[in-house]
Design a protein around this ligand. Structure first.
Ligand SMILES: [Zn+2]
Length: 73
């Protein structure tokens, strides 16, 4: 990532969201960087492939989840 503009990752959500929500989105995106628990083998190696698509680094289980979370937490 490069560029002179300092826009948080929530910037792309535009003005539809208030400041509070933006902060929430930033928090959520921070959580995306941590690994999530696989719903199948329960190892903390699940990474997000795309919005709503997750894959386990252990058993390669791919599954659809919430946009920002693999499952209910
Ligand atoms: Zn797994």
């Amino acid at each position: 990532m490069s560029g002179s503009k300092k826009v948080g990752s929530a910037g792309r959500f535009g003005v539809r969201y208030g400041r509070k929500l933006r902060k929430k989105i930033n928090d959520v995106e921070k959580k995306q960087k941590i690994k999530h628990e696989c719903l199948k083998c329960h190892k903390m190696v699940v990474k997000r492939l795309a919005v709503g698509i997750w894959q386990c680094g252990n058993c390669s289980n791919k599954f659809a989840g919430k946009a920002y979370y693999p499952g209910e937490k």
